[in-house]
Design a protein around this ligand. Structure first.
Ligand code: PMP
Length: 297
């Protein structure tokens, strides 16, 4: 699904066939979830194939590594060029890009010695449409800054995401919503969360969430569209009386939520602020005119 016999990936300075790429079963990364990664999208835009917010993603990759003492001997401008080359070599147009930094074989619990970088990409064409999600509040709490560097995108953190997501699916929901350790709303297993109340958007403040690049983009779009947006601590009770809600992330883009814990939101998705943001986001990533973003004829 992710590669075939012709797929080219980048691994430690070389462009190689995906089927020839190797890692060690003794890597510290594999044993302890001690690796950092990114999820990036490229779009076939009006101006050619473009990686959306490449700089921001690679900066976060560097920050993630630094937060947990994984060496980062890479130049982000070079990594962006390499990523464009991977897209070209594989003839991709709309793609999902997965850079992964791992560390060398080591069984001890000390900081990583030697880093490796792997960059893979595969075709990912669907811009999500008007499908709405049924969300269930997780019994698991989001990882806390008291125990882990929540702001870093570290592989091991995703065990929390996997158990929450699977629990939601086992209960018949499409996705989970996790609370933080203090009972405030945090985020979904792989996306940030917004609610709408009386025309204003609210989103959990930074602290117990991944600082999403899409979340930041949504906030920028709100500023451009003169929509009020507030970052604050949100209680589950506030969610149940909200007019609407949506998730956002590089993979999910902006996707509406129909219900949380089987309580359906009042507003039709098409009438929500989220739907306006969803359209604006699509226009932005596809580099359509700003006039279109602002819905000006
Ligand atoms: N939260 C978590 C836990 C995530 O894994 C992601 C996806 N990277 C997000 C939020 C959204 O972040 P972004 O918009 O940067 O993709």
């Amino acid at each position: 699904m992710y590669y075939n016999e012709n797929t080219i990936v980048y691994h430690n300075g070389a462009y190689i066939r995906a089927s020839d790429a190797k890692g060690s079963l003794y890597d510290q990364s594999l044993h302890y979830g001690y690796a950092a990664f990114e999820g990036i999208r490229a779009y076939d835009t009006n101006n050619g194939v473009k990686i959306f917010k490449a700089k921001e993603h690679y900066e976060r990759l560097k920050n993630s590594c630094e937060a947990v003492h994984i060496p980062y001997p890479f130049d982000n401008n070079e990594l962006i060029e390499i990523t464009y080359k991977i897209i070209r070599l594989n003839g991709l147009k709309n793609a999902y890009i997965r850079p992964l930094v791992t560390v060398s074989p080591n069984m001890s619990l000390i900081k990583g010695k030697e880093a490796s970088i792997f960059i893979a990409a595969w075709e990912w064409s669907t811009l999500l449409g008007d499908k709405l999600l049924k969300i269930g509040t997780s019994t698991h709490r989001r990882i806390t800054p008291a125990t882990l560097k929540v702001e870093a995108k570290i592989s091991g953190h995703y065990v929390n995401s996997i158990i929450a997501s699977q629990e939601a699916r086992d209960q018949g929901f499409d996705e989970a919503l996790l609370l933080d350790i203090d009972g405030f709303v945090a985020e979904a297993p792989g996306a940030n969360f917004f609610i709408e109340k009386d025309g204003v958007l609210f989103t959990p403040q930074l602290g117990s969430i991944l600082p999403g690049i899409t979340r930041a983009t949504v906030i920028e779009l709100c500023q451009a569209l003169e929509i009020d947006v507030v970052e604050k601590k949100i209680l589950p009770e506030e969610v149940s009386v909200a007019d609407s809600a949506f998730l956002c992330g590089t993979a999910a883009e902006v996707i509406g939520i129909s219900s949380i814990d089987n309580i359906t939101f009042k507003k039709e998705w098409s009438d929500t602020v989220g739907a306006t943001i969803q359209k604006a986001y699509k226009n932005l990533v596809l580099e359509k005119e700003f006039r279109t973003i602002l819905n000006v004829a």
